[in-house]
Write a protein that binds this ligand. Structure first.
Ligand SMILES: [Zn+2]
Length: 275
C-alpha cells in the first residue's frame, strides 16, 4: 500500500446555494485489477461503490477491491453527514496476466467420482460462506504483511489454457518455503475457518480481516489456530506443507473482498530479498 492519492471533490449545495463543502477522500492502495484500496473520508459519511452502499468505519475508512477482470473505472459516491455529496468516476488500470497455452494434450478420460464431486462442492461452499462474513471491526487497519518470506513461485491471475479450454486463473500467490516453516497471520483478524483436510486445499485456514476482507492459507502441514481465535498480524497460524492437491511444499495465500479475489502481492511491500 504505497500509492497515496488525495482527491478533493468540491460539492455544491445547489438547492440552498450555501457555501460549497469539500468532500475530502484519501486513498491508500492501487486502482488496478487485483488491487486493494483503503479510502478515508469524513466520519459519518455514506459511501457507495458502483451504486452499492459499503461499510464505513467510525473514523470514515472503507475498502475498495478490484478483481482480475475489473472494469476500467469505478464510480464512488460519498454523502457527507451534512447531506452534501459528490460522485466521481476513478480509472482502474488494466493488467496483462500470464497466459500459458498448451495444445495437443491427450484428452483426459476422467470420469469424476460422484463422491469426490460432492465433497468438493461441500468444501468450496464452506470457503464461500467464510467469504460472506461482514464484520464491523476494521482489523485490516493493522496493515498487511507477507505471511512468509520466500521466492514467489506462482503469481495472481496467471492462467493456463489446455487444448483451448481456459482453466480457472490462479487466485493468489504461491510462496516457495520448506515443509514446516512457520506461516504468520497476514494481518489482524479472527480465524473464520479451520479445515484439516480439504480435497484441493488440504489443511486450510482463513482469517477475517473485517469489512468483508479475508485471507486464505492452504496446503499447510499443520494448523496452529482454532476457529474464533483472534490473531494479530505476525502471529503463528500454521506450518508450510503440501496437503491437498499440491506438487510440493509451498504456501498459497489468497486475499478476497467478499467473493472478489484480489492480488495479495499488491497489498504488501515487495518481497524482501534474501541477505
Ligand atoms: Zn497457488
Amino acid at each position: 500500500m504505497t500509492l497515496k492519492r488525495t482527491i478533493l471533490l468540491a460539492a455544491f449545495l445547489c438547492v440552498t446555494g450555501a457555501q460549497a463543502e469539500a468532500v475530502d477522500i484519501n486513498f491508500d492502495g492501487q486502482f488496478t485489477q487485483g488491487g486493494l484500496v483503503i479510502g478515508q473520508t469524513a466520519p459519518g459519511s455514506k459511501v457507495f461503490v458502483d451504486g452499492s452502499l459499503v461499510r464505513v468505519s467510525p473514523a470514515g475508512e472503507f475498502i475498495l477491491g478490484f478483481g482480475r477482470n475489473a472494469a476500467s473505472e469505478v464510480e464512488l459516491r460519498v454523502v457527507l453527514p451534512s447531506g452534501s455529496s459528490d460522485t466521481r468516476k476513478i480509472g482502474v488500470e488494466s493488467r496483462q496476466f500470464k497466459v500459458q497455452r498448451i495444445d495437443g494434450l491427450p484428452p483426459k478420460q476422467v470420469t469424476p467420482d460422484p463422491e469426490v464431486v460432492k465433497r468438493i462442492r461441500a468444501e468450496s461452499a464452506l470457503i464461500k460462506d467464510a467469504r460472506k462474513i461482514d464484520t464491523a471491526t476494521p482489523y485490516f487497519l493493522s496493515g498487511l504483511a507477507w505471511p512468509i518470506h520466500g521466492v514467489v513461485s506462482g503469481v495472481f491471475g496467471s492462467q493456463r489454457v489446455l487444448n483451448g479450454k481456459p482453466r480457472a486463473p490462479h487466485s493468489g500467490v504461491d510462496i516457495a518455503a520448506p515443509r514446516g516453516a512457520i506461516v504468520k497471520a497476514s494481518g489482524d483478524g479472527v480465524i473464520s475457518l479451520v479445515h484439516q483436510d480439504m480435497y484441493f486445499t488440504g489443511k486450510t485456514v482463513m482469517i477475517d480481516h473485517g469489512f468483508g476482507l479475508s485471507s486464505v492459507f492452504i496446503h499447510m502441514d499443520e494448523i496452529l489456530v482454532h476457529e474464533g481465535q483472534s490473531v494479530k498480524r505476525g502471529a503463528s497460524i500454521g506450518k508450510v506443507g503440501a496437503t491437498g492437491r499440491a506438487t510440493g511444499p509451498h504456501l498459497h495465500w489468497g486475499i478476497s473482498l467478499f467473493q472478489t479475489r484480489l492480488d495479495p502481492s499488491l497489498t504488501v511491500p515487495p518481497m524482501p530479498t534474501k541477505k
